[in-house]
Design a binder for this molecule. Structure first.
Ligand code: FEO
Length: 170
């Protein structure tokens, strides 16, 4: 495997594992705030990020590279309110999108077409991830300080179900 790609993909594997850890911390914050629906929504996000990390891990292995598992930073533990959590989740997704774009630039510079093809799935996925978080931010802004609206949002987010397995990953 191209060493530049191997290093960049290992770094990104760590970023996806951190995403999972960050969302687990957000889930715990919601559990402590008695917002079980939002906690449930975040727990599903924890699993999605773990799957993203495993996709990178599998790709590195399949290409004959070496996976290097590094230290995962401690995530933030407290937020001001639900809106603050989802604003930070949205900002985090935008940051991850930037990293994916940078990875694609590196793959193209290195003429690694397999890596570039692999990253296309993530480019589309990030559009969805950003849109989902942004829609929740928008609704929470409408809710404002109204407890009833917050409880309704909590019930709505409790409806989230895990994504169907990706057939391409089977
Ligand atoms: Fe793995 Fe939410 O990006």
């Amino acid at each position: 495997m191209n060493k530049t790609i191997e290093t960049a993909f290992n770094d990104h594997l760590n970023a996806e594992l951190f995403s999972s850890y960050l969302y687990l911390s957000m889930a715990n914050y919601f559990a402590a705030e008695n917002l079980e629906g939002m906690a449930q929504w975040m727990r599903i996000q924890v699993e999605e990020e773990r799957i993203h990390a495993l996709k990178f891990l599998d790709f590195i292995n399949e290409r004959g590279g070496r996976v290097t598992l590094g230290q995962i930073d401690q995530p933030k533990l407290k937020w001001q309110n639900a809106l603050n959590v989802f604003e930070e989740a949205y900002a985090h997704e935008c940051m991850i999108s930037g990293k994916i774009n940078d990875l694609l630039d590196v793959a193209r510079e290195q003429s690694d077409h397999a890596a570039a093809a692999f990253l296309q799935w993530f480019i589309s996925e990030q559009v969805e991830e950003e849109a989902t978080a942004l829609a929740i931010v928008g609704k929470l802004k409408l809710v404002g300080d109204h407890s009833m609206g917050l409880l309704m949002m909590d019930q709505q987010l409790a409806q989230r179900v895990p994504s169907a397995p990706d057939p391409a990953a089977q």
